[in-house]
Design a protein around this ligand. Sequence first.
Ligand code: SAM
Ligand code: SF4
Length: 484
Amino acid sequence: MLESLTQKKHDETRQGEALAPALTEPTGFRKRFYIESYGCAMNFADSEVVASILNKEGFGATRDVEQADLIFVNTCSIREKAEQTVRKRLTEFRKLKKSKPGTLVGVLGCMAERLKSKFLEEEKLVDIVVGPDAYRSLPALVDEAESGQKAINVLLSRDETYADISPIRLNSNGISAFVSIMRGCNNMCSFCVVPFTRGRERSRDADSIIRECRELFENGYREVTLLGQNVDSYYYVPGDTKHTGGNVQAVTFAKLLEQVALVSPLLRVRFSTSHPKDITDEVLFTMARHENICNNIHLPVQSGSSRILQLMNRTYTREWYIKKIDRIREILPGCGISSDIITGFCSETEEEHQETLSIMEYAKYDYSYMFFYSERPGTLAQRRYKDDIPEDIKKRRLTEIVNRQNRLSLESNRNDLGKIFKVLIEGPSKKSDSDWMGRTSENKVMIFPKQHFNYSAGDYAYVKTLTCTQGTLLGEIVNDVVMA
Ligand code: SAM
Ligand code: SF4
């Protein structure tokens, strides 16, 4: 369990979740599909696009795998362990298939892209293999597989963004939703498989993003998280210049953020992930101008050592990253900052590991996603460097990093004692129906008693922090408060 220890962000706790709409769908579908998702939030958002494509063709989602005619696994390749988990699942599905002939099993996403036809040829575990840019061809591939052929489409695209597809919200709390704003990545961090599995970076039509956010708001949603591997390099140039007299206005991430924030002051806006090299002052000042853009930045450092950062091809140094943290704190006082950290990268020394611990201390991350390095086939690091840190050392360093983060998270929460936060209520707390669970703008979870107040999920409440654990603030509603 040490490989990935995380605290708050829902995507990591949702691994392997079976997705289906909260409401029972009407019957009358010609087939039922079951979809299980792994990996990052982008994958969970993609599963909602897949559901929409399949729905149009008469397929309805089910959360019960035994009921399904089609079983899909939306996969992740980021670390070896993620792939192992999926393989294990596919073996289980093969058994199920034997007891229910005619059931089709499909692999979607990054692993499909990485292993391509190997899935069909060597492993014989699946019938359908579809890469992240080929979901529109799923219905045709299902037809092909139904006729007994093996069906595959792993073509990557330079322009597919699924902009016109309204995702079907699966397992949603009805309050917060992911909205993909771009796909792919051009960064080529040496450890990372994403540029190979998700292709070149492309930005989605800004109007379609704003339309989707507006529709979500009109349907009762109160929080959108704009998603991309590197959101700060979002750049969209409208193709149609007829209506602007040939005057093309490019939309940068800061502009997009502003436009989404203007949908309604009641709609909270979050975004993930920011690459430290790309987040601009313009984005920070836009966040400062709009109260509904959440005071929270996920700014993965990966390592605190400039030498390792160079080997990772992250294109910034320790000093540069520190200056970025200073700038965020200057423009956005109190901003929540979180990170991703990889320990035990090729040739990392004890001193360099200490530098990671010390940069965590400097940045005072509220939470981090922490991993030990997992060599991925085909990446720059796999081709150039030796994965030479023994596993026991990787694990020991990861434990030290996790312990440090746990202390920082607790300190960060203790600093919030006595403070009043505007909390978006997401629903009843898991532990008690008489408590609400919500989040602060800084992305901290707040639990508080409902008391006699008449709040509902989707409302904002002002809550004073009374006590805390490392992962949660506990408070009570203050109804006569004026925030600064
Ligand atoms: N695009 C984002 C970024 O640049 O921060 C996140 C991409 S990735 C889906 C999420 C995280 O997985 C990375 O930030 C990194 O910490 C981790 N990761 C990626 N490749 C890894 C590898 N080979 N071994 C261990 N962790 C890895
Ligand atoms: Fe991978 Fe780096 Fe792109 Fe993030 S920015 S997806 S870590 S290559």
